[in-house]
Design a protein. Sequence first.
Length: 144
Amino acid sequence: MAFFRTFTLLFALIFMFNGGNAFSQANNSEGQTEQNPSAKLRTLPPAYENQMLRLAEILGSLHYLRELCKANEGQTWRDEMQAMLTAEQPDETRRALLIARFNYGFRGYREIYRECTPAAAEASNQYLKQGLRLATEIPSRFGR
């Protein structure tokens, strides 16, 4: 009896999560595939997504702080962000999220610091270390 209850529950869950189509087949008599524009294929974000988002934020912070503290690096950090996006080739949604995190890092420090202070210089140095750690951790840990 317990087996029957477990089987029934499992069947109900499969039926529920598959939208009631767990065992139905599409009518494909002419070799055409059934197309449903609202049924887009969704993919999970990569396992290293949190690290990538953090790295994007760090790059944005560095872009502001290093220029503020006269590091004379020009567009280096923006270019690094662009290189990361080019290498990663994210879909539109993920690309927008990475860019938003870059801008969040940039704007966050722009609101706090108007001139280079010892705290701004220290934050910049800490972000250089964190960025370097993440930039080496992602490929070594996740193979990207």
